[in-house]
Design a binder for this molecule. Sequence first.
Ligand code: FPP
Ligand code: MG
Length: 403
Amino acid sequence: MLRSQASKVVTLLFSGRQRFLQSCLSTHTSPQLRGALEEEQQEQPSKSNNNYPKPEIDPFSLVNEELNTVSERVRLCISTDIPKLSTAANYFFKHGREGKRLRPTVLLLMASALASSSPSPDLCTVVDTSPASVHPNHVRRRQQRIAEITELIHVASLLHDDVLDEASTRRGLTALNQTDAGNKLAILAGDFLLARASVSLASLRTPEVIALMCQCLEHLVMGEVLQMGASPQEAASMEHYLLKTTYKTATLFANGCRSVAVLGDHSQQEVEAAWAYGRHLGLAFQLVDDILDFTGSSAELGKPALNDLRSGLSTAPVLFAAEQRPELLPMMKRRFRGEGDVEAAKVAVESSDGIHRARELAMTHAKGALSALESLPPEKCSHAEEARAALVQLTEQSLNRRK
Ligand code: FPP
Ligand code: MG
């Protein structure tokens, strides 16, 4: 049943993107990217139908209770009796400040999507109060630890990122670096979250998973350095942007999903599919984020709109727009630092098909995520079937979100 549902959503999402794929093939020079796009073009559904019913499962509600136990565990995991450190480390983990918790939601759903039976309610609702250093022996608990670790890594990277970007707000709150904590404590709080995440990761005693999650750290740093150290040519290159985006955003989703599959002792085919789902979802998610920077309001986003342009970044909408509006190129090269550059770039992007093409690329990756789900062997229980339907829904929501 899920298979046909996923196919319908794929068809719904990707009808009419032929023109986009054709334009990508003519504009991208990378043979790798061209190969991938050509393959995707061949996989095009042959007909389009916009009347398919939408799946009705709310992915966040489905794992809500388990997600709350994961959040509670994260708070336990970062407890410390040093008051200043405790306040700073908990800043984005207090109730109501946790944000969407997209990454743990995806990972819990992936754990379920691969499962052969439902986990007992106890495993999903009772908080594991054992210290981070204690090895949990149930598969579901171990997979929950990946969800915790992923969120710890994500928030640590945001604390560091806000210092680097001199950000003023995050999640609708004053950025930690702009509070009494300042830059130094914000960086140290990020380090502390990583330290506690590392202890928890080590407790799993699975070297493959330890390596996967450590690679996330490496990629986050590489992505950030690629972004900040880009030459004018690199800053105007789609390939560079996609590589940076893979490192900064997609790897954490991809390796998190892979780790969950490895801990579940699933087949190589399932491990690869879980990884591919996470990678494509992460890329689609970031492309939408970059579009929202142009189309969203500051109030909706919880951070200033046009933030990327103001930070000197040429994201997908700008890179596509520049093919039609060459006046953007000198602005991109000087990182929009000239007087009136940000406003002029916004006008140029909006009067081009840059946003539309960025959205089509996001849809291509969403389709990749759904294809990865479809490539999974048939689900073994109704719990897995429901979770797969929720991942389909979550993929669609990631495309259509407004914040
Ligand atoms: C948000 O980027 C930031 C990231 C996705 C990762 C940042 C990574 C580092 C700072 C490297 C250090 C890593 C660790 C693990 C400590 P953004 O500025 O594009 O998005 P924003 O608008 O949400 O700030
Ligand atoms: Mg930032």
